[in-house]
Design a protein around this ligand. Structure first.
Ligand SMILES: [Zn+2]
Length: 286
């Protein structure tokens, strides 16, 4: 927050930001408060901080400030293009009562590819009165074109998706099998490849499954990129043939739903859910 506070004080906060890490929503809200506070506090430790008690600060904390907009996944687990168009339109107007409009996109990895593309122009040249903050624990699942337009601040616990090839092989096999099997019992059988190995502790099993799930998410994101007609910026460019084989099954709505289910599964692992249960559940959702 120090760095952020200093740039807010100097008026040099970049208008398009990625907060990479887990649980960054409070930090983003603190930025929104510091930008809109009616009685900002200055001290030697923190150049500018919000008071936490004025009307603006309290409204932001309660999520009812008209100029602080939070975009998050809907019930199908993805953030759709309409949600993005709505905030892009609103960002064009002056703030209603605050000083700066702050648009916070929570779980930005859930933005469908079309929604990410719809954001590009705004991230490139945001209106002077707006700040966009994308929150994600999986920054590498955002399109390269989105990442390149934002200044990235990394907080603790980022899932760096340096997808290792073994994990990708497993991920691809499970996706392919799930695509061809309807029978739940046979799908559960396909999930065995994701199950913990004998002797793995709970934590090791969760880490291993998380690696498989990230590989799946990365493949599905690439499938979505290919399906929208642009082969540019594939995270798995070295495995383009693998990605292409998955397009027929996962190129549409099914891929978006599967991606959202994987996101939820990774979230469940973060909350210490058992790896085997999560593996079975997610395989049934693909
Ligand atoms: Zn305040």
């Amino acid at each position: 927050m120090d760095l952020l506070s200093r740039s807010i004080e100097r008026g040099s906060l970049p208008p398009s930001l990625i907060f990479a890490g887990a649980d960054t929503r409070d930090t983003a809200l603190a930025v929104a408060q510091a930008l809109n506070c009616q009685k900002p506090v200055h001290s030697s430790q923190v150049p500018v901080d919000s008071c936490g008690t004025c009307v603006a600060c309290r409204r932001i904390a309660r999520g009812v400030h008209p100029d602080v907009v939070i975009v998050e996944p809907g019930e199908n687990g993805s953030i759709k293009i309409d949600q993005v168009r709505d905030v892009v339109d609103r960002a064009g107007y002056r703030p209603f009562e605050g000083k700066r409009r702050v648009v916070i996109v929570d779980q930005a990895e859930a933005l469908v590819v079309a929604a990410q593309n719809a954001l590009l122009k705004t991230l490139e040249e945001p209106p002077a009165t707006s700040v966009f903050i994308l929150l994600t624990s999986m920054p590498d699942l955002l399109l390269p074109t989105v990442r390149s337009r934002c200044v990235r601040l990394t907080f603790a616990a980022v899932d760096e998706t340096a997808i290792d090839e073994d994990a990708r092989d497993v991920a691809q096999r499970v996706l392919q099998q799930a695509a061809s099997l309807r029978d739940p019992a046979r799908r559960i059988n396909a999930a065995k490849e994701l199950h913990p190995k004998a002797g793995d502790t709970g934590a090791v099993a969760r880490d291993q499954l998380a690696a498989y799930l990230r590989a799946m998410a990365s493949l599905l994101r690439d499938v979505e990129v290919l399906a929208t007609g642009s082969p540019v910026g594939l995270a798995n460019a070295d495995a383009a043939a693998t990605v292409e084989r998955l397009v027929a099954a996962y190129g549409g709505e099914r891929g978006v739903k599967a991606f959202a289910a994987i996101d939820r599964a990774i979230d469940a692992l973060d909350r210490n859910a058992g790896a085997k249960v999560v593996a079975d559940w997610v395989t049934l959702q693909l």
